[in-house]
Design a protein around this ligand. Structure first.
Ligand code: DQA
Length: 162
């Protein structure tokens, strides 16, 4: 089964407890379980990882060079606004990825208005809370389904046409 990596940056392990008025009450485990259920109905498996350290995120991304991963849904969290190193890793990988955020960074402090990922991502989904992950995953799967060497099902197309 084709695999998608869902990768989460610093402090996202605290979801459900951290600043609930901004990030909601779902835990990261809740969100990843919902994504796993959705992906499996589309014929994809999910691998998920969360790291607080930049180098561990880089190392996890570099593991995708083994060819087993078709695409990535990435919430770089605070590294969104700082990390040239993670950007360079994604450029080296050449795998399609969707940037996701629970909050809408453009409606927050000005230091969150810069993203080192948006211009190299397939697209960015932000501001929909936990749904941002599901929407980002659906967008990635639709993209992979449309690709000529797609390994996934066309379940999302069928759902849209129903
Ligand atoms: C975030 C937005 C970032 O600005 C922030 O540093 C995070 C979470 C989000 O999902 O809304 O940690 O990526």
């Amino acid at each position: 089964m084709a695999s998608i990596l869902m990768l989460n940056g610093p402090n996202l392990n605290l979801l459900g407890d951290r600043e609930q008025s901004i990030y909601g009450s779902s835990t990261l485990d809740d969100i990843m379980a919902a994504c796993e259920r959705f992906a499996s109905t589309c014929g994809f498996s999910i691998e998920h990882a969360q790291h607080n350290a930049e180098h561990r995120l880089i190392e996890r991304l570099q593991q995708c060079r083994d060819g087993s991963t078709r695409g990535i849904v990435f919430n770089p969290a605070a590294f969104t606004h700082t990390s040239i190193a993670l950007r360079d890793t994604l450029l080296a990988l050449r795998l399609p990825f969707v940037e996701v955020h629970l909050s809408q960074p453009l409606a927050r402090e000005s230091f969150r208005h810069v993203s080192y990922f948006s211009d190299i991502a397939l697209g960015t989904i932000s501001g929909f809370g936990a749904d941002s992950y599901l929407l980002g995953l659906q967008a990635l799967i639709n993209h992979l389904d449309a690709a000529p060497d797609a390994g996934g099902s066309a379940a999302t197309q069928r759902a849209l046409q129903a």
